[in-house]
Design a binder for this molecule. Structure first.
Ligand code: GLC
Ligand code: CA
Length: 549
């Protein structure tokens, strides 16, 4: 394993700082709160942290609209406090990844403030300006073009109006990106999660997109664009010098296009965050729902596992700051504890590097707010206003309940005291009313909790070469309720079985596992010794055995 492949044996915890822990009582999570909770993160058994953006931002998109790349948002603390967190994390043996958001900046960034003034200033070509807009929609609000009266031109924004797209074709912009990378790497961070990185190169001439695709109509001209691999190679060079890890986020990426980033001469990323397995209950976005299909979930996972095996490395995740809570989606709130654990088993033993999003490990669930005004997420507001507008408002609000990114952004539930122990002040956003029962302190006390189960899963995985590096094979891919897969390395095998049924269900073992001594390593059903052919609702089992290779 090369020096830069240290991430393969690791797992990461994602912190969305604003809602993690408030250290100074102003109602907003911050780096003082993070500092005090690093032991909690470490005790989960992870090896690193990915921080969603910590930089100054007007928060049009909660940190993904950056107004200064080399500083810390005053809500979160200071650069000095960030260094304290970084040092403490390193002392605890935790790596730290920053979010690198360079497809766009905030419109309040100095570069944009200058660029918008005239057509001939030093920053005039930092963004994408046109006299006449094309037909592209933005993914977050209305058309992708906004008129700037000072300059008498339109600028491109694939996301919100307050997120103008950078002009990556300008070599000066690429130098800025590299400079930002070096700034954080010199400070000691261990790598980056690179936001919507497959969008940074736009097709020359910015041709019109497909008129019949709402919101994503321009995507064929900005996803995996013509110069993407050249630009990525430049960034890669910087990262390699520091042995830093690079994880790309590739919205709407296919596994085939991901392989271009992950392998071969063009290899520019260590891992790519995929979205396929997040579409098992929706089309394109969680707002456009369909019933959860286990087959869709399984086939997406299997496709990535098979294609990457031996050639590249997966990111494993079920939640992050962009998705509603997984128990509310793929599991069952009624079988909260068991389905929370089954979901953990379904993905933590795949090949790749697992990510766990704050609150996932204690089984946090979706919040349902009574009106769209109460939501903060710009994507939820836009979807509500623009998609399926013929539906009655209540129906669209239900779609928001099931899809909003805000469900991942409610304050972390630490205990059952006021505001879930997140803050001593008034929280910036609603706490999920279920915090009296769903909270970290209760999970800590209960030996059988979701939290303890996550710890066991992570520890099992970490100590097994087979679970880390073994080959993946799926059994019964057509089964609508059972996900069954093995991991095999030489003569060691693990067999993983998860039921996604809310009724007991009879299972059959694959031939090669019949009449073998199977050792039950993990199970979420108390009293289960692993011999019963019937799986209870949302039961999950992890067996170990020896096989002939
Ligand atoms: C990524 C981020 C998301 C953000 C978008 C635009 O998908 O994860 O939170 O809204 O990029 O920056
Ligand atoms: Ca605070």
């Amino acid at each position: 394993m090369g020096k830069t492949e240290w991430f393969k044996e690791m797992s990461f915890y994602q912190i969305w700082t604003r809602s993690f822990a408030d250290g100074n009582g102003d109602g907003i999570g911050d780096l003082y709160g993070v500092y005090d909770r690093l032991e909690y993160v470490k005790a989960l058994g992870v090896d690193g942290i990915w921080f969603s953006p910590l930089y100054p931002s007007p928060n049009a998109d909660y940190g993904y609209d950056i107004s200064d790349y080399k500083n810390i948002h005053p809500d979160f603390g200071t650069l000095e406090q960030f260094r304290n967190v970084l040092d403490k994390a390193h002392r605890l043996g935790l790596k730290v990844l920053m979010d690198l958001v360079v497809n766009h900046t905030s419109d309040e960034h100095f570069w944009f403030q200058e660029s918008r003034k005239s057509r001939d200033n030093p920053y005039s070509d930092y963004y994408i300006w046109r006299d006449k807009p094309n037909n592209w929609d933005s993914l977050f609000e209305g058309r992708a073009w906004e008129y700037e009266p000072m300059r008498k031109q339109y600028y491109l924004h694939i996301f919100s109006k307050k997120q103008p797209d950078l002009n990556m074709d300008n070599p000066k912009v690429r130098e800025e990106v590299k400079d930002i990378m070096r700034f954080w790497l010199d400070m000691g961070v261990d790598g980056f999660r690179e936001d919507v990185i497959n969008f940074i190169s736009k097709r020359e001439g910015l041709p019109d997109g497909l008129p019949f695709v709402p919101m994503a109509n321009g995507i064929i001209h900005y996803k995996d664009g013509p110069h993407i691999h050249e630009y990525m190679a430049e960034f890669r060079k910087v990262a390699r010098k520091y042995h830093a890890v690079q994880i790309g986020e590739g919205p709407m990426t296919t596994v085939r296009s991901a392989m271009h980033y992950l392998t071969g001469k063009e290899k520019s990323l260590d891992m790519m965050i995929s979205f396929d397995h997040m579409l098992a209950d929706c089309f394109m976005t969680e707002y456009l729902q369909r019933p959860f299909s286990l087959k869709r979930y399984k086939s997406a996972l299997t496709r990535w596992q098979k294609t990457l095996d031996g050639k590249a490395w997966n990111v494993l995740y079920l939640e992050n700051h962009d998705h509603p809570r997984i128990i509310s989606r793929y599991g069952s709130e009624r079988y909260w504890k068991k389905s929370g654990k089954a979901l953990a088993v379904s993905y933590l033993f795949l090949q790749g590097t697992p990510f766990i999003y704050q609150g996932q490990e204690i089984g946090m669930m979706n919040i349902r707010l009574s009106s769209i005004e109460k939501y903060k997420d710009i994507a939820s507001k836009t979807n509500f206003a623009r998609l399926l507008t013929r539906e009655p408002e209540e129906k669209r609000l239900r779609r928001v309940h099931a899809s909003s990114r805000d469900s991942a952004r409610t304050p972390m539930q630490w205990d059952d005291s006021r505001y879930a122990g997140f803050t001593s002040g008034t929280p910036w956003f609603f706490v999920n009313p279920n915090y009296k029962t769903v909270n970290a302190a209760a999970e800590e006390r209960d030996p059988d909790s979701i939290l303890q189960f996550y710890r066991r899963c992570l520890s099992l995985r970490k100590h097994s070469r087979t679970l880390l590096f073994g080959r993946y094979h799926e059994f019964f891919p057509k089964h609508p309720k059972i996900y069954m897969y093995e991991r095999v390395l030489e003569d060691n095998a693990y067999l993983i079985i998860c039921s996604f049924s809310d009724k007991p269900i009879q299972i059959q073992l694959p031939k090669k596992y019949q009449n073998r001594k199977l050792q039950l390593m993990l199970c979420n059903e108390s009293g289960q010794d692993g011999t019963s052919p019937v799986m209870s609702p949302y039961e999950a089992r992890v067996y170990r055995t020896k096989i002939s290779p």
